[in-house]
Design a protein around this ligand. Sequence first.
Ligand code: ARG
Length: 320
Amino acid sequence: MNLTVTQKGWIATLGFVFTATLSLSGHVVAQSANDSDDTRIINGKPVNITAVPWQIAIVGAYYSSDWVAQSCGGSILSANWIVSAAHCFVFGSDYRPDAEASDVEIVAGITKLGVDVAPRIQVSEIISHPDYDPASTKNDIALLKLATPVNLDGSTKKAIALPWSQSAASWPAKNTPATVSGWGNTSSTESDYPIDLMAAEIDVLTSPSETQCGAYGDMYLPELMLCAAEMTVGKDACQGDSGGPLASQASGTWTLAGIVSWGIGCANPEYPGVYTRVTTYLDWIGQHAPELVDEENEEETPGGGLPIWLLYEATQSAEP
Ligand code: ARG
């Protein structure tokens, strides 16, 4: 039994109902061989935000320290849109009301949480997937519409591409390298939340056609989820990384492959990290945020619409 008690106010006060359930499912989490004094994400390393400039922190609006307030990660899709995980906002609990837009804020462009100073940006709308199911964690995706646009500076704050031009049937392939990042727990056995942004190079473990991930059996829903971890050293996301990016290069462009969603333990050799499979949700994203649709890859509008660079400009440079 591995029950982790977190020390962060926001997490401890409000409780991660979902992660607590999984942590309690009776599996002993293996300690990695060589992480004695260098546990990050789990076995990642500190990075500057410029390495993953799409990463943002989601913070509880009622806590003033960003480190205390941080509950989840997210990714910048444009100056006005963030993507994260539904379980960060929808709790499916009688005891914990779902988050409203006024309960959360985002912090962009920072590396050291609670140390680097950046203005918080308010959220005008949380759009959680209507079929998100806390019991199975299926459809664990949410869009946040920002009340004021992020000032995308191209180095510390930058949008990540959505995989419009990838085939959902084949991308990301098994063994595709990918980067996961966040301010989540750096220990698989205790509570050790970092100030530094952490990232780990991991691998996609399941091609879209594979039906099994580790020992999850039918908890793994292959069309909706993808499995990723580094199994030799034991690199993985952990509590607090949820909602954050699993980024992979597709034809030289950093592209969002997955959203940190769940796992049994962290860096557990039998249970890799499970991510929301972003290719499955492109239509849903496009319905709510049509300006994010890459028209070049939309079959309905061959040769129509704005030239791609103009479309890019239009989504990137909204006035603050
Ligand atoms: N659900 C967790 C969170 O709320 C993320 C867990 C990811 N676990 C893993 N082993 N990759 O932060």
